[in-house]
Design a protein around this ligand. Sequence first.
Ligand code: ATP
Ligand code: MG
Length: 470
Amino acid sequence: MRNRNFRQYYGKPRRNLSLSARRGLGRKVRRVRDIPQNVRDILLRLEGAGYEAWCVGGAVRDLLLGREPGDWDVTTSARPEAVLSLFAPHALPTGLQHGTVTVGGGRGVEVTTYRLDGDYLDSRHPDHVTFTASLREDLARRDFTVNAIAMDLRGRVSDPFGGREDLARGVLRAVGDPEKRFGEDALRILRGLRFAAKLGFAIEPDTAAALHRCAPLLGRIAPERIREELLGILCGPDVLPVLLDYPDVLGVFLPEVLPAVGFDQRSLYHCYDVWEHTARSVAAARPVPVLRCAMLLHDLGKPETFTVDENGQGHFYGHWRKSVEKAEAILDRLRFDNRSKKTILTLVERHDAEMPLSERAVRRNLARYGEETVRLLLEVKRADNLAQAERFRDRQRLIDQWETLLAMVLAEGSCFSLKQLAVKGNDLLDLGLQGPAVGKCLEELLELVMDGELPNDRAMLLAYTKEKLL
Ligand code: ATP
Ligand code: MG
């Protein structure tokens, strides 16, 4: 597998790093002030009771990067029972067997006792955990160096694995032997790709090699966990190099992507192979799960529908149909919810469909898919085109025009649903229609109004019904 991630994408300075982060990761005072009051209160209470207590994990990483931290995690020398009694009644034993107590209301802060993980027998869970008095040992069990930095109440940092240096250089590196670490818990493989896509970090070569080698272990991870990590990867601002460099890893749970890798399209419209086109279209779409999933799946049917004409041009007639089949199987396998599944499948099905530039077409699309999905479909078409050969970019203008027309149709209150139709079922019952004939007649009137053949006017529609449809 090619490993192009270093220079090509990451040779430039890390744009995600704030200046202070690049200079030495922030001044103490600012850092401490940035720890929220509720977390400081927890650290203070633990220290006051004679224990060690540190912030740790993603929040410290994000704080040092100058990013907005998400959830706060605290690690402490106090045993879970001590934490529970110290914070009663505001403490919940949310994961006692792993030493975790959640403190405070709302989302709360997870307070976890320093621990060592036992053997990982199933590539996912330690068979037991052992509490320890050593912060270093607790940091050593964490996945990546940038997630293994602890910071205390005074802004003092404990960073035994060089996490700050990796943060400053924009490098993602496993703590310890990467192969052993991914072997213990295969979810770390996808967490690694997610952090690379989210932070724009280069994956350190030994860690990268282990990601490839250990990928088959992903077969043991629950589909729901895979789905969540996949969505995190897809929605990361730096997803492109991850998709280009790790299709073999994705291929463990999405074998459908593998035929696309390196598949030459032999088409004027395309300057990339199917996989690179796919990856670029994902990156070109807004980071919204349904959109980015639709881009990932939209061309999976290409390799098996490939034909070459007498001029040597490649074609993929009806590839959308095969893509929908594969997409449906994938979305079921990864347990997507029905609503997302429906939207994604519509987007895949229609990604290549012609959309004539007419009010009639706009209304018909609105009637069939609804405004939200039509807007997403335009975004899909944009992203798809942005990942095609440069000289076909004028299609962007066509999409602009479609968008303008859509805005117009919506603004003028145009009728494209039975709800908006000026005639209702009761009107037709009054005219003597009964049963299924009522619905049929309403549909017929709606078609005529959408096509501009009749105005959406009650009297006119009733007159027409009396004359032609009774
Ligand atoms: P995010 O920004 O997604 O919240 P995070 O790094 O905070 O990222 P969490 O899942 O909240 O990730 O976990 C908090 C910390 O716990 C991590 O930073 C890491 O130190 C440790 N951790 C979590 N999951 C694992 C794992 N599977 N293996 C090893 N350490 C882990
Ligand atoms: Mg977190």
